[in-house]
Ligand binder design. Structure first.
Ligand SMILES: [Zn+2]
Length: 191
């Protein structure tokens, strides 16, 4: 199986083409190169706890196109299966014009949701808990962005989101139905 090595941990990755649309295609070679570049960005700098440990929380990466089944939902957006620590990264998002360091911060963000899942006894039970977890994950993402020497504009963008309670709630509550999965954080919504 393909894998990228992030801070000495080999993280296997796979490609998944969803059931729809039928003509969905995935550029495996390009995505392999981007994944390797992201790992290289992480590995190029020194990391202190807790971020150093957080990277090791993710067990797998699934790069997908189309809609893929997860629980009771069909998802077309990035999410993380927190129980198995599998980051489902939508290929269109991953392939957009981000730097390898930007991608590394989003990877770290979802690693932190796995840490929360393990530390706090599973998925968030309420929207308020989901918001708390999102704010904490963005704080960790900002710390990672600083460590990766991301530009001020990107850090400003993340900080604005972190401080905008209404925007966080809107994102957490959009894009999924009762009984389905939060596409932002992979947490199961309580109907
Ligand atoms: Zn999140």
């Amino acid at each position: 199986m393909d894998a990228v090595t992030i801070l000495k941990t080999a993280v296997p990755y796979r490609f998944l083409v969803g059931a729809s649309p039928a003509n969905a295609a995935i550029d495996r070679d390009a995505l392999r190169g981007e994944l390797a570049a992201m790992a290289a960005a992480v590995n190029a700098v020194a990391w202190a706890p807790p971020l150093a440990d957080a990277f090791a929380a993710m067990r797998a990466i699934t790069v997908f196109v189309g809609a893929v089944p997860f629980g009771q939902a069909m998802l077309q957006r990035p999410f993380t299966d927190q129980a198995t620590a599998d980051f489902y990264w939508q290929a269109d998002e991953f392939a957009q014009e981000w730097t390898p360091a930007y991608r590394a911060t989003y990877f770290l963000h979802d690693c932190w949701h796995v840490i929360q899942y393990q530390r706090d006894g599973g998925s968030a039970k309420t929207i308020d808990e989901m918001v708390q977890r999102e704010v904490e994950a963005v704080d960790m993402q900002i710390a990672a962005a600083r460590n990766l020497a991301c530009d001020d504009q990107f850090i400003h963008f993340l900080t604005n989101y972190r401080n905008n309670d209404a925007a966080i709630r809107e994102r957490l509550q959009s894009g999924y139905e009762p009984g389905a999965v939060c596409t932002a954080c992979g947490t199961t919504k309580q109907a």
